[in-house]
Design a protein around this ligand. Structure first.
Ligand SMILES: [Fe+2]
Length: 337
């Protein structure tokens, strides 16, 4: 077994860090006894990993070991100063403090750093079959939305710029999935979610189900592009990076059918000015849709509509445990490790 003093002094055996070429001789004025516990910028990583080696859960161990290796490598790469370290601590502290049951600044940080889309992209690759791609659940998802019948309007305050969402939910071979649950949420025409209003009314969101032919029909309004909340630390970061902070207009979907992988996705409006530079990278691939008037076959004539067919993969055992990239903000913050 490797001696504790060995890795603390930067010596290596298999897998250990090489002694730093920048290690300096112990200065004459140094205090201390005979035992040397000098960490180098490399051996501190080895020491940390060794102390964490007793972690019981193998997946937690794998994740934390990688987190330490990459975190230490990041600090070495940028030669992080004490002042920059405390500035980062201050930033992350304020990100947490900004969170409320209706606002999730940590998810917003993940989204704007591209991490959420990275997780979704990796998640899509693990599907048993190639289905409609994932997009962000985002920070404005709420559990238990109102339940509606096919064709009912979800915009309660202002339905002046009406639009219809319609199409099928199928498996990847195009076979209809009857009784699939289709949850939808979006901004009102002013670009604001109900959670950003002054009351608790659930607006511009609802739960529908497909009919015997796998068809869904939702009456809504044209969503608008919007700025992410800029009055918090994430907004400060976006401003410092000279990014505009806007998302193209979009409609979120959460679709579930027995035996099939749950789908978290969103449709982004094709002619939106921010379709190419979404601040959270949600608009991509097959998730860009056009709003068209009088589409052939539209169940509601004479209105703007989006026709979109969603294809769901069959569900694997792993899918049952993988969770979502996001959650209702009111449900986050109470789970222990
Ligand atoms: Fe959104």
């Amino acid at each position: 077994m490797r001696s504790i003093l060995g890795w603390m002094n930067g010596s290596t055996d298999k897998g250990g860090a090489a002694p730093s070429s920048q290690t300096k001789a112990r200065p004459a004025h140094a205090n201390g006894g005979d035992v040397k516990l000098d960490y180098t910028s490399e051996s501190i990583t080895t020491a940390t990993l060794a102390q964490m080696a007793t972690t019981a859960d193998p997946r937690f161990k794998q994740i934390m070991e990688a987190a330490v290796r990459h975190l230490h490598a990041f600090a070495r790469e940028v030669n992080l100063t004490p002042g920059e370290w405390i500035k980062g601590i201050d930033f992350l502290t304020r990100v947490g403090q900004k969170c409320t049951p209706a606002r999730q600044e940590v998810i917003l940080l993940s989204d704007t750093l591209g991490l959420s889309t990275l997780i979704n992209t990796m998640h899509d690759k693990t599907a048993v079959e190639e289905a409609t791609h994932s997009s962000l659940l985002g920070p404005f998802f709420r559990e238990d939305p109102p339940k509606y019948k096919a064709g009912e309007q979800i915009s309660l305050r202002d339905a002046s710029d009406e639009m219809v969402l319609w199409g099928k939910v199928t498996d990847v071979k195009g076979r209809p999935l009857p009784n699939a649950i289709v949850s939808v949420w979006q901004t009102a025409t002013d670009g604001r979610y109900d959670m950003q209003a002054d009351d608790d009314t659930m607006d511009c969101r609802g739960e529908f189900s497909t009919d015997a032919n796998g068809d869904y029909l939702i009456r809504s309004v044209r969503p608008n592009f919007y700025s992410i909340p800029m009055d918090g630390p994430v907004g400060e970061m976006i401003t410092a990076q000279r990014r505009h902070g806007n998302r193209p207009a979009h409609i979120h979907f959460l679709i579930g059918a027995p035996g099939h992988r749950e789908m978290v996705t969103a449709l982004h409006i094709a002619d939106d000015p921010h379709i190419m530079d979404d601040v959270v990278f949600g608009a991509h691939g097959d998730l860009i849709a056009g709003i068209k008037m009088d589409q052939p076959g539209c169940p509601v004539p004479g209105v703007n509509s989006i026709k979109f067919n969603f294809a769901l993969s069959v569900e694997s055992e792993a899918d049952k445990k993988c969770g979502r990239v996001g959650a209702d903000p009111s449900k986050i913050g109470a789970t222990a490790i």
